[in-house]
Each structure stands twice: as C-alpha cells, then as structure tokens.
Write a protein that binds this ligand. Structure first.
Ligand code: NAP
Length: 356
C-alpha cells in the first residue's frame, strides 16, 4: 500500500511540480490537495486551468481531486499519511504547525520554519543525521505523530553539496558566489515579463541573506538533541534573477584552510555518495555531483535535467587569482531545489521510519 500524500499549495509552481513528480512514485500517491479559497471547491483540473506550467499533462489520478482549503484539516487527517507544504511564508508558519499538531507530518519548502531551532533543514546528502531532531521536536511540543521538516532555499543546492564534499578534509574558510536564478523560482505568475525579458535583475528580496545564512545550519552538527550551527565560514552572495525558466546557476570562488590539489577535488566530487545513494532512494541521483569537463559547461538548458533534475552539475574548476579555486554549479530549482528535494526528504524519512 502506498502512503497517501497531500500537497498544500498544490496548485502553485512548486505544488504543480509535486503533482507531476509524484506520478508513479513507488511509495507515495497524491490523495489530497489544498490551495487558496479561489481554487477550493474546484476539481484540480479546473483549479489549474490556464496556468498548468508542466510539460506533461495533469496526471489522471489527480485531475478529479476536489481542492480543499487549509482549514479542512480534519479531512486532511483522514485522507493523508503526510503532506508536502508548498505554501508561502506567513501561511506556512501558521498552518504547518496546525497540521503537525493534529498528527500529520509536514515536509515543507517554505522558509517559515527554517530557523526554528527544533526543525531540521535537510539536504539528505549533507545532513541526513539532522532527522534525529524530530523526536526532540515532538517531545518539545507534545506532538505524537506529526512533525515539521524543511528543505533550504533553492539557491543553495547549486553550490553547497560540492563544497560540503570538500569541507571535512580541507576546511572551507571563505566563499564568494554569484547566482543566476531562474524566473520559476518566483512562483507563478512571478516576475512580470516586461521586467525580465531582455534583462537581468540584480536583486531578489531576502535571497542573499538565505544563501549566506542557511548553510550554517545545514553544515551544523547534531549533538545532544541540538543542532550546533557551523561557524568560521564567511559567505558573500550576489543573487540575480535572469531570463531562464528553470535552473539556478552559481559562480563560486572558495578559499580553504588547507588548499587541495585540483585532481583531489575532482576525485572527491567523482566519488561522492551519501546515505540517499546507499539506501537507493527513488529520487536520489546516482551521482549527486556530476562534473562536466568541457570549457563551456554546465549550461542551464542542457544540464538542468541531469538525473531526473536531481544532480548538481559542476564545471569550470580552475585556480582563482584571489581565493584558491573557482567553479560553476547548476541545479534545477523547482526539482532539486523544491519538489524533488522535498520528495527526497520524504523518502529518507520514510526509510528511517518517521512516516509509518
Ligand atoms: P506560488 O506559485 O505562488 O504558489 C502558491 C500556492 O499557495 C498556490 O497553490 C496557492 O493557491 C496557495 N495559496 C495562496 N494563498 C493561499 C491561501 N490563502 N490558502 C491556501 N493556499 C494558498 O509559489 P511557489 O513558487 O509554488 O512557492 C511555494 C513555496 O515554496 C514558497 O514558500 C516558496 O518560497 C517556496 N519555494 C519555491 C521554489 C521555487 O523554485 N518556486 C523553490 C524553493 C522553495 P492558488 O493557486 O489557489 O492561489
């Protein structure tokens, strides 16, 4: 029997990606969708009519699901073993707690709980052990079955895993990075076409702070029921909105405490695997860090879909005139950086017994 899944905010950009990506999932099946009062009461097909953004058709098993409001929470409890939350900030803060409190595990894409101290912020290849925070969270709040686990901001995925792979051995000290972020990162309808067509916008509200701060919790150590944030890495980020549909790119310069050889970096990236690969989770990329040794790669359109859109594609590793090395990283923002990353979190939690 598959676990029955709800998607809160299932009609938006991230929600639609969940609906698409969960088709034929071996363990999970969409059984419930909640969205705003303007979608509620309509079939899913009607609710997204004229704004379905995916390149595949709406899955048959979801078309006729009647969209509910967030307040239909008792029904959600009846119909869902857990929910994905693709809600915006304020709503997420209020409702994710309500769902968890009533006994529904919540796996969230929103920023609302990323800095809540007892909520793990997961990239399963980096900090899978942070799921051990969940029993402490449940104890703190008197929750029995429900909990909240979140994934980080989509900008981080493109650069942090390659750095994590090197951090333990060579100790990262300083990072300067510039992101080139897709318009789908702003949801739908998102950035007005007249603002982004033939243009680059050098500002995305709150994004540079998230890009600089969230790695400290993710790289933190789980000790005695607490996550102790990483200290001693300085990050300076420039985040830009560029006219591509999907795929966030990051141009990264990095300084280490112990500078590695270029060949050492390439070997570590090539061999890097973590728990999701060992457990053979359905959404885990076979090779989480995929290096392309061509001078003009990665490229957004050509490389964002590598390994179901879940691989981090890296290239142009070279010496830096100011720091030690520089490289370019790319990840699919609505897959690895949003719904695919959320599904991978759920798979890890399922395998570790938190969802059943
Ligand atoms: P979006 O396209 O604007 O979708 C927002 C969703 O929230 C829609 O389903 C919308 O329903 C629903 N909603 C709005 N008001 C509501 C209400 N009063 N009650 C219930 N549902 C309501 O946004 P998005 O890009 O999917 O982002 C969703 C979340 O994921 C945000 O927290 C965002 O920061 C985060 N995130 C996004 C990305 C990305 O690449 N886009 C990546 C990582 C994280 P209606 O359709 O009925 O209006």
């Amino acid at each position: 029997m598959k676990l029955r899944v709800g998607v809160l905010g299932g009609t938006g950009m991230v929600g639609q990606n969940y609906i698409k990506l969960l088709v034929n999932h071996p363990w999970f099946e969409v059984n419930y969708v909640a969205a705003s009062p303007s979608s509620a009461g309509k079939s899913y097909e009607k609710a997204v009519s004229g704004r379905w953004q995916m390149s595949t058709d709406i899955p048959e098993n979801v078309k006729e699901i009647v969209v509910k409001t967030l307040d239909d929470i008792e029904l959600a409890k009846e119909k869902c073993d857990f929910v994905f939350s693709a809600l915006g900030g304020k709503l997420a803060k209020e409702y994710e707690e309500k769902y968890a409190e009533i006994g529904i595990p919540v796996i969230s894409n929103a920023s609302a709980h990323r800095w809540t101290s007892d909520v793990p912020m997961l990239i399963p290849e980096i900090n899978h052990d942070h799921i051990n925070m969940i029993p402490h969270q449940q104890k703190n709040r008197g929750w029995k079955k429900g909990f909240i686990a979140v994934k980080p901001n989509c900008s981080l995925q493109s650069y942090l895993t390659p750095l994590f792979a090197l951090h333990e051995k060579f100790k990262i000290k300083q990072i300067i990075l510039t992101t080139l972020q897709a318009v789908s990162g702003a949801g739908h309808p998102g950035v007005p076409s007249l603002d982004i067509y033939d243009n680059i916008v050098p500002y995305i509200g709150g994004e540079e702070e998230k890009t600089e701060e969230e790695p400290m919790k993710i790289l933190g150590k789980f000790v005695d029921g607490k996550i102790i944030n990483e200290k001693g890495i300085d990050i300076s980020a420039h985040c830009n909105r560029v006219p591509v549909i999907d795929g966030h790119m990051a141009c990264v310069s990095v300084k280490f405490e112990n500078k590695p050889e270029r060949e050492e970096i390439l070997k570590i990236w090539d061999e890097f695997k973590s728990l999701p690969q060992e457990l053979d989770l359905p959404f885990a990329p076979k090779k989480p860090i995929m290096y392309i040794d061509e001078p003009n790669r990665p490229q957004t359109r050509k490389d964002r879909d590598k390994d179901k859109g879940m691989a981090i594609v890296v290239g142009r590793l070279r010496e830096c005139n100011v720091f030690d090395y520089r490289y370019v990283g790319l990840s699919h923002n609505t897959v690895r950086g949003a719904a695919g990353g959320g599904i991978l979190n759920a798979e890890l939690l399922y395998k570790k017994g938190f969802l059943n």
